[in-house]
Design a protein around this ligand. Structure first.
Ligand code: V47
Length: 745
């Protein structure tokens, strides 16, 4: 067994420590030593940077099948404080975030008995429909394992479907403590450690990045913590893909482990430092400020943490319900101040630890994101140099109390002004009377020594700045930039060829399926040069593209009749199918109840096992009561075609002709269009099943201006509806009074 000094030396030599070493350090090392070693390792991993992001959490429900001992969040169906968000409510929440600057939605919640893989995928789709640019980090391995087992498919297939729905990465929750005996005590119903690890292993093998956590500070031992870290380290060796490890401090209010109490801040620091030292293959250690609070999070940055999570915006209840901070929210300024307080450099990141550049002025990379690990060293150095400059500035300000004496030029003190020496006017060099100029300068220097010194300092400053600027330009190949080519519409082979010519790399990051486009067509790219703005990058950079898939995926057609239209539409969406047409039939009892279903000419029955390509339209026969034959046309201006379709179907209407204006040049640009006109105005009354024609454009200025008009129309319509309803209520009240009077008579 090695002693503390030997282990510390090994850490300093950047060697891996064993489980025994970890136990010795954890139990015996002084806290300052852990801080020093962990900070050394942190600096090797991420320099002076500490990361944060702009994020929200989405917790669709707290109703959970599992009943873990440490959980204060879980409720049973029917409990007064249970909540459940429908797909519509989830989408509405996402819609509220439109226009905000968040880059990530983290979805995690209870394992609801009614949720299946389809529901989970639909939730992601709903969020992505409103926030297409935002990364969805979704579902703990516990939720994923549950939905996949329920579906009876492989983990890989389950992950593939989630990825297809828009899941980009997986959070680290649900790991708790891996030790089987302890797991059986604190969360017996959750998936096992092996199952949790299997989900993450599969994700890593599919290039899906994930995080990992450990719930500590309850009834676990230090040996069990080290065993947990060891299993994570081994998985990362075998199948790398963990971006960050998050030690989650147990909070004791309102759960069945309360008697265990909460561990000390010293124990928090030991845990963070040991995580950084032991997990030498996981790049980031996150101090989750929502769990730790501000002061402990700041301290954690001196014990190896290099991430503090994000702005949150009061969107998570897991910790407040367990006694943590109420309404957790943090501004970017506050997050950055926390980092600066400890002397590190705050860096906004996206979900993949790419640096987010928000400068609107700088063309280069303004619209793009640069992965730090891909950044050449000189760029990172520039970032750091930048911060250091700030630090210097600050320390200069601190020196403002010190008296700074102007240096007196020795030669000028009391001497009488010497007469200027006569120079021969004929002594010219290159046509400039150098002697005279020098003489004049000397004279000026003698008469105005202080001003002369200030000017000299200024000139030296200028020279220094110019040297720095040109030096850095050369060092960072500043001028050596390439305009990002427009790859949209090219085949992936053409795009690769074009990129090779420009010394760029193509990475296929996603695929969609559009029946109108040939397989392999590039339909999206990041970064993208638009008509309005060129984007330039340095040679060797990656361009991420989305392509149209070659083959259409086949899915089972679900039986969606004998339920409400809304339920049927949800089920179809979850299956990846669309609506061909809504056919309305008069009925005595109900409106918007699905009576029958067919697809490509075949009736669908409960027992039929029909398969169809993703996106195929289903015809639904739907009921209407004669007194409810009419429906109201919704507002469609400003929506994408897909959103407008959903909105029309929700209101019992069909899509008529779709007309694209001149700004839409090809099939690719169709994907970026929005509705600028609808054939029937919003609020007008239309027979159920009728069609509404849609006019689409790529001209966003047009859409914006017509959206404003639509907003006004919507307000007017709301006002009219309100007045109408009031009138109706008034009439009903009057009717009731007359009836009562008559009865009394
Ligand atoms: O899995 C539940 C933990 C986790 C309590 O990946 C509790 O970036 C303390 O995983 N006291 C969910 N912890 C949260 C989570 C997470 C959070 C932030 C960022 C990321 C990420 C992941 O919360 C659960 C469980 O381990 N938890 N109850 C409690 N009483």
């Amino acid at each position: 067994m090695r002693n503390i000094n030997e282990i510390a030396d090994a850490v300093r030599r950047n060697e891996r420590i064993t489980k025994d070493d970890a136990l010795t350090l954890w139990r015996e090392a002084p806290l300052w030593l852990l801080g020093e070693l962990a900070t050394e390792r942190k600096r090797k991993a991420s320099g002076e940077s500490v990361y944060y992001n702009r994020n929200v959490h989405l917790e669709p429900t707290n109703i959970c099948l599992f009943n873990c001992e440490f959980c204060s969040f879980r409720r049973r169906e029917g409990d007064a404080d249970a909540w459940y968000l429908s797909l519509e409510e989830i989408e509405a929440r996402a819609a509220e975030l439109k226009g905000s600057d968040i880059t990530e939605v983290h979805i995690v919640g209870g394992v609801h008995p009614k949720h299946d893989l389809g529901t989970y995928c639909a939730m992601i789709r709903r969020v992505k429909r409103q926030l297409p640019e935002v990364t969805v980090k979704a579902y703990t391995a516990v939720e994923i394992f549950y939905m996949i087992r329920r579906e009876g498919i492989s983990v890989v297939e389950g992950l593939r479907r989630l990825k297809e729905a828009g899941m980009e990465c997986i959070p680290g929750g649900g790991a708790e403590i891996f030790d089987a005996e302890l797991r059986a005590k604190i969360c017996p119903e959750k998936c096992s450690a092996e199952e949790w690890l299997a989900v993450h292993r599969a994700a890593h093998n599919m290039d899906i990045a994930t995080n990992c956590t450990m719930l500590y500070g309850h009834i676990e031992s230090i040996e069990q913590r080290i065993d947990h870290l060891d299993r994570l380290r081994r998985l990362q060796d075998e199948a790398p893909g963990f971006d960050a490890f998050i030690p989650l401090k147990y909070h004791s209010r309102g759960n069945r482990l309360s008697e265990a109490g909460e561990c000390s801040t010293e124990e928090d620091m030991r845990t963070i430092a040991m995580s950084r030292i032991f997990l030498d293959n996981i790049p980031h250690i996150k101090a989750y400020w929502v769990s730790y609070g501000k002061a402990t999070t700041e301290m954690a940055l001196a014990f190896g943490a290099d991430d503090i999570d994000g702005t949150i915006g009061d969107t998570t209840k897991i910790y407040s319900m367990a006694g943590g901070m109420e309404r957790p929210t943090m501004s970017v300024a506050e997050l950055e101040a926390m980092v600066r307080a400890v002397g590190f450099c705050p860096v906004e990141r996206d979900s993949h630890y790419n640096t987010v550049c928000r400068s609107t002025e700088s063309v280069e990379v303004a619209a793009t994101i640069t992965k730090e690990s891909e950044m050449p060293a000189y760029e990172i150095a520039t970032n750091e140099a930048h911060t250091n400059t700030n630090e210097v500035k600050e320390s200069n300000t601190d020196m403002s109390n010190q008296k700074i004496e102007p240096t007196k030029p020795k030669s000028t003190t009391h001497k009488a002004e010497p007469k200027p020496k006569k120079t021969k006017s004929g002594t010219k060099r290159s046509g400039i009377p150098m002697g005279r100029v020098m003489e004049a300068l000397r004279g000026f220097y003698r008469r105005f020594p202080i001003i002369s010194h200030m000017m000299l300092i200024f000139i030296f400053g200028l020279i220094l700045l110019a040297t720095l600027y040109f030096g850095l330009s050369i060092g960072t190949r500043h001028g050596n930039v390439i305009k990002v080519p427009n790859l949209l519409g090219m085949t992936i082979e053409e795009a690769r060829h074009e990129a090779r010519n420009k010394e760029l790399n193509i990475i296929v990051r996603d695929s969609i399926f559009d029946v109108n486009l040939p397989g392999g067509t590039v339909v999206d790219q990041l970064p993208r040069t638009s008509e309005i703005r060129d984007v330039t990058v340095k040679p060797g950079r990656k361009i991420y593209v989305t392509i149209n898939a070659y083959n259409r995926r086949m899915v089972d057609v679900p039986y969606v009749a004998k339920q409400t239209l809304r339920q049927a539409l949800n089920q179809l969406e979850r299956s990846g199918l669309s609506v061909e047409k809504l056919v309305y039939e008069a009925d005595m009892t109900s409106t918007d109840y699905v009576l029958g279903e067919s697809i490509e000419g075949h009736e669908v029955h409960p027992a039929s096992s029909i398969r169809a390509a993703v996106g195929t339209g289903v015809t639904l026969t739907v009921s209407y009561r004669r007194d409810e034959q009419y429906t109201v046309v919704p507002r469609l201006v400003g929506l994408t075609l897909q959103q407008a379709e959903s909105s029309l179907w929700d209101n019992g209407l069909n899509i008529g002709k779709v007309v694209y204006d001149d700004s839409v040049e090809d099939l690719i640009s169709r994907r970026t269009t929005r509705v600028y006109k609808q054939s029937q105005p919003l609020g007008s009354s239309l027979r159920r099943g009728n069609e509404v024609m849609l006019y689409l454009t790529c001209d966003m200025e047009l859409v914006d201006s017509l959206s404003k008009v639509a907003d006004m129309e919507a307000k007017r319509y709301e006002e009219e509806r309100r007045k109408e309803l009031e009138k109706q209520r008034e009439a009903e009240r009057e009717g009731n009074t007359t009836e009562t009077e008559q009865t009394m008579e």
